[in-house]
Design a protein around this ligand. Structure first.
Ligand SMILES: Cc1cc2nc3c(=O)[nH]c(=O)nc-3n(C[C@H](O)[C@H](O)[C@H](O)COP(=O)(O)OP(=O)(O)OC[C@H]3O[C@@H](n4cnc5c(N)ncnc54)[C@H](O)[C@@H]3O)c2cc1C
Ligand SMILES: *[C@@H]1O[C@H](CO)[C@@H](O)[C@H](O)[C@H]1NC(C)=O
Length: 542
């Protein structure tokens, strides 16, 4: 009882603090955006720029943004969502309007790679591909002194006449896709967070609120329009270039540049969503047990134990430096809202509702509203990093992981503005292989997997290295704890990987072989293995 009173005080203090901070924020005068500063190439005459950039300018005059166009260039650089990627400054940004223009750009990049090869210059990555620009991996979709291929003009959303699929441009943001589809009463199997781009999410795998019903997002792409290394535009589907179609389901930027995806769609319907916020200090053990028991049950094979409408649970332990507290946030979603809007039986029967909580809420809302709400957790332009690992459903390993998280956040307690969510999500055998075959390597998945990810924000540049290395160490320690208990697993959810991770190592030999064969066939000179930077290459030996 005494501890409950204490926590009521804490909860009240938390509410007061939040209000005060909100008020303070409101009272601050609106900050003037400083005028962007020119980057070093801004004063270089275009005829002194590298030859391939001059070719891009000559062939695609309306698509190339140079540093000398100071405001437009800065705006294009800020197309990267995470602040650290806004500090990686390319020589220029090329923003084609259609697949033909993109093909022209790729042909020029290919010629530059050939030239470098002939000149004996080792070909380091000199161009990057950007759709939503949200991937926080350092240099995931930008490149210092090279060319960023910006796909933001590919943003159309075109439903098929029969309503069964929707063709979506790679540069669209999920929130814009859903808003447009609301007008048609449709939804696609896509991302759960508003700012995220279609391209990166879909090419790396992608988890949707509808994944328990339909599988990974990539397994619901009926076809792809892609620009190959030789600049030609092809369609990859079950009947056209099927080998390419298969490897694009998880193969990210290794085969070409995708311009549009045709995704399966379904009639939109409201979701039921709940959030529970609890104190980690005396509820973590109970929360971990609830999570573990839920996963065991949902994968037990008992009738009704796996429910394809149940998305989640997403369980985050969050360290909030500002208040020096660790919270637990649990999100549960049910894609078929109960008529009475109350807790669906499936979630009511779990250990989550009986957690002692500061706050709990549930609501029936549209899919679009849920995506907006989930997307509000991080604003664009913040210092942000993300990394992941995978463990089996072993309670002891989960407890060890939590202890590692506690240790890391204690070490980082002086990092100003630190918000350190340590998130547990699951891939259940009931849905891991729904939809079309992909290359993720989960064919043999017969047990529930837990994707753990760190999604960390902080305030100051001086802490960049400290935080990044702490995230890496945390993941390595979790891996070691899992290995010690034989609860490790090779799969890595690529969408959440940090730049040093090697997700293709976890895809299994067969899938890697399929990808290498497709790379040799569709990109024989290795433009996307060598010239392209960011994301993850097939040669993971380094
Ligand atoms: C706040 C937040 C919320 C998230 N929510 C989810 C979620 O709900 N579900 C989920 O599965 N993931 C989620 N993610 C992870 C997300 O899927 C990845 O970060 C993804 O890479 C972002 O896609 P993008 O197009 O915005 O990224 P970008 O940074 O533009 O691209 C990511 C990678 O894909 C490559 N790429 C992009 N487009 C193409 C293309 N057309 N052709 C070839 N290569 C391409 C890029 O070169 C780069 O390596 C979230 C991430 C954040 C930061
Ligand atoms: C480009 O490559 C593809 C795939 O290998 C091939 O089918 C096509 O004929 C090539 N196009 C040109 C113009 O060389």
């Amino acid at each position: 009882m005494a501890s409950q009173t204490l926590y009521l005080y804490t909860a009240t203090a938390l509410a007061v603090l939040t209000t005060v901070l909100a008020l303070r924020r409101k009272r601050e005068p609106p900050r003037q955006q400083p005028a962007p500063k020119p980057h070093p190439l801004a004063s270089v005459p275009s005829e002194q720029l590298p030859e391939y950039i001059q070719s891009l300018l000559a062939k695609l005059p309306n698509c190339v943004i140079l540093q000398s166009d100071i405001a437009a260039f800065q705006q294009a650089v800020d197309g990267s969502w995470a602040q650290p990627n806004r500090k990686i400054i390319p020589a220029c940004i090329v923003r084609p309007c259609d697949a033909q223009q993109l093909g022209t750009a790729v042909a020029i990049l290919k010629r530059e790679q050939d030239r470098r090869g002939q000149a004996g210059v080792p070909v380091a990555g000199f161009f990057a591909i950007r759709s939503g620009g949200v991937n926080p991996g350092l240099g995931a979709s930008t490149v210092r002194d090279g060319v960023v291929v910006d796909l933001s003009k590919f943003c159309e959303v075109v439903p098929a006449v029969d309503g069964s699929t929707v063709t979506v441009g790679t540069g669209a943001k999920w929130i814009d896709v859903y808003k447009r589809l609301d007008e048609e009463g449709l939804v696609v199997i896509g991302g759960r967070n508003s700012p995220v781009g279609v391209g990166g999410l879909t090419l790396q795998g992608g988890i949707s609120f509808y994944s328990p019903r339909f599988g990974f997002v990539c397994s619901n792409a009926v076809s792809y329009e892609i620009v190959l290394a030789n600049g030609s535009v092809v369609t990859a589907s079950a009947s056209s270039h099927p080998a390419l179609w298969r490897v694009l389901k998880g193969g990210s930027s290794n085969f070409g540049i995708v311009t549009r995806f045709t995704l399966r769609s379904l009639p939109s319907a409201p979701l039921w969503a709940a959030q529970i916020i609890a104190p980690a200090s005396f509820q973590h053990a109970k929360a971990i047990k609830a999570y573990h028991d839920y996963l065991s049950h949902a994968s037990s094979g008992q009738p009704g134990a796996f429910d394809e409408n149940a998305a989640g649970p997403i369980m985050s332990f969050v360290y909030v430096q500002k208040i020096g507290l660790k919270l637990i946030s649990i999100n549960l979603v049910y894609t078929k809202a109960p008529e009475n809007k109350q807790w669906p039986f499936h979630w009511k029967e779990t250990g989550f509702p009986s957690l002692w909580s500061f706050k709990r809420s549930h609501a029936v809302e549209s899919h679009t509203t849920a995506v907006e709400r989930f997307g509000r957790t991080a604003p664009p332009g913040t210092r942000y990093t993300m990394g992941t690992t995978t463990i089996r459903n072993d309670a002891e390993t989960m407890r060890a992981a939590y202890a590692i998280f506690c240790q890391t956040t204690t070490e980082l307690r002086h990092v100003k503005g630190l918000l350190f969510p340590f998130v547990f999500q699951t891939i259940l055998p009931g849905w891991a292989n729904k939809g079309d075959p992909n290359i993720l390597g989960l064919e043999g998945c017969t047990e529930p997997l837990i994707i753990i990810n760190c999604a960390v924000m902080w305030a100051n540049a001086k802490d960049d290295e400290l935080v990044r290395s702490a995230v890496r160490r945390t993941l390595e320690q979790v891996d070691a704890a899992a290995v010690a208990r034989r609860a490790d697993h090779p799969y890595r959810f690529m969408n959440y990987c940090m730049e040093w991770q090697r997700p293709y190592k976890g895809c299994g030999e067969e899938n890697v072989k399929l990808m290498r064969e497709a790379s040799q066939k569709y990109d024989p000179d290795g433009l996307f293995q060598n010239g392209c930077t960011g994301g993850f290459r097939l040669d993971f030996s380094s």
